[in-house]
Ligand binder design. Structure first.
Ligand SMILES: *Cc1c(COP(=O)(O)O)cnc(C)c1O
Length: 441
């Protein structure tokens, strides 16, 4: 691994990738599309940019904040006709599936947080993922990915890409040799989640970027569990970063959205695909997402620290067999995979409760604060059990074969006071404790 990373350092990540045709184009690529110049935020920190980047204050009334442009269409004028004629439709306001000021504002904020030239917001994480895959792959393309994937993504790769004459190979996402061995002549893409569900495996991002460079592949990373606050995959050689904004980016369990970020060149291709599939984000949801992004750094700081504290507490608890959390010293993967994280390990923890699946069901019922619900990344703690939710379609043997042991619980640690969460978890564990038989003399 170490050696691979040395080789990686010598690779020029800024050298342009992709087809020869693109390499010989001298067209100047613009960021955006955008309505405002983001002045005064260059070289500022994450939360400062989260607050200020992209915001389009109402030019008519001077009202602070981006208005909700709840319009499906826009007046056509000489400028828009010219933009359409010259193939610059993405930079003109024509029709809301193509673009809308509410979308542009939140996209620019996000691009600033991802260190991307350009971002696109979608009507869900799955719209973002399916559109990106169809935009970047052709008939006959091969993808290397992993079974440690969000269920919807796995189903799309497994069921739908085949229909379009594409192939997918699945490797252990932590084993770079196995991933490299899957690469074949027609491989076009490496598709991985930076932190997987539910076992919270961090993928070796630098090694993946090295492979992508070596074999001229696109590296696409779903960074939903970490968010740009903890990891910016584009800074480490990924070509595209995707988020289900339904989770941490939205952060309040009240909206469905997805995001894709990368170079303007790639985003223009994704945009063209989005026009055909139609998964653009409604202006009102753009408003909610923009509002949420302003506090992303503040929220993630609290999620990170709560989860770290809780992971330590659970690891010392006699009724907990094992805790999965990348911040623990017991985390089984090499130190190098953690080096890309700036600020923390996110708010997702998995752990095995003594007593197997029945004890786990009783434990979850006994919790008062964490809500029993699927999804993650909201202010409130959410708890779910992989065996009857995300991995319910697998048999017990299949679950064990991918490392999901009986009694596994997945907890999205919210931003409640950590003392309250610990107290609640302790009382729930106390309730399910197997009573020692009474000694009668
Ligand atoms: C939830 C999720 C998705 C799908 O996002 P939706 O917004 O529900 O469509 C994709 N990837 C990961 C890692 C997720 O957790």
């Amino acid at each position: 691994m170490k050696q691979k990373n040395k080789a990686f350092d010598q690779v020029d990540l800024n050298a342009s990738k992709g087809s020869i045709w693109f390499n010989h184009l001298n067209r100047v690529r613009e960021n955006g599309p955008s309505l405002v110049e983001d002045n005064h935020i260059e070289d500022t920190s994450f939360t400062t940019r989260a607050i200020h980047a992209g915001q389009y204050d109402d030019p008519v009334t001077g009202a602070l904040g981006t208005p909700i442009y709840q319009a499906s269409t826009f007046y056509l004028n000489d400028e828009t006709y010219e933009a359409i004629e010259e193939g610059r439709g993405r930079d003109a306001l024509i029709y809301t599936r193509y673009g809308n000021p509410s979308q542009w504002a939140v996209q620019n904020k996000l691009a600033s947080l991802e260190n991307a030239e350009s971002s696109i917001v979608f009507s869900s994480g799955m719209a973002a993922i399916s559109t990106t895959l169809l935009a970047l792959l052709d008939k006959g393309s091969h993808v290397v990915s992993s079974r440690d994937l969000y269920g919807g993504t796995y189903n799309f790769l497994y069921e739908d890409l085949q229909k379009y004459g594409m192939e997918v190979s699945y490797a252990d996402p932590t084993n770079i040799e196995e991933i490299e061995a899957c690469i074949q002549e027609n491989t076009k893409m490496l598709y991985f989640e930076s932190l997987t569900n539910p076992l919270l495996k961090l993928v070796p991002l630098h090694d993946l970027a090295y492979l992508a460079k070596k074999y001229n592949l696109r590296l696409v990373i779903d960074n939903t569990f970490l968010t740009p606050y903890n990891l910016r995959p584009l800074d480490h050689g990924a070509d595209i970063v995707i988020n289900s904004a339904t989770k941490y980016l939205g952060g309040h369990s009240d909206l469905i959205a997805g995001t894709v970020s990368g170079s303007r060149k790639l985003m223009d291709r994704v945009w063209g695909q989005m026009l055909k599939l139609g998964g653009s984000l409604d202006p009102h949801a753009c408003f909610l997402l923009e509002r949420s992004l302003k506090t992303l750094g503040l929220r993630m700081k609290a999620h990170n620290s709560n989860a770290m504290e809780l992971a330590n507490h659970l690891e010392d608890h006699p009724q907990i067999k094992r805790v999965y959390y990348p911040g623990l010293a017991s985390y089984p993967y090499p130190e190098v995979v953690r080096e890309v994280l700036h600020t923390g390990y996110s708010g997702m923890i998995s752990f095995e409760v003594e007593g197997g699946d029945q004890a786990t069901l009783d434990f979850v019922k006994a919790l008062r604060l964490p809500k029993e619900a699927t999804s993650l990344g909201g202010l409130e703690s959410l708890v779910s059990i992989p065996f009857n939710t995300s991995q319910a379609s697998l048999t017990r043997e299949q679950r064990r074969s991918i490392g999901i042991q009986d009694g596994l619980v997945r907890l999205s640690v919210g931003v409640e006071e950590i003392e309250d969460l610990i107290k609640d978890i302790n009382q729930a564990l106390e309730k399910i404790k197997v009573q020692e038989p009474c000694l009668t003399i």
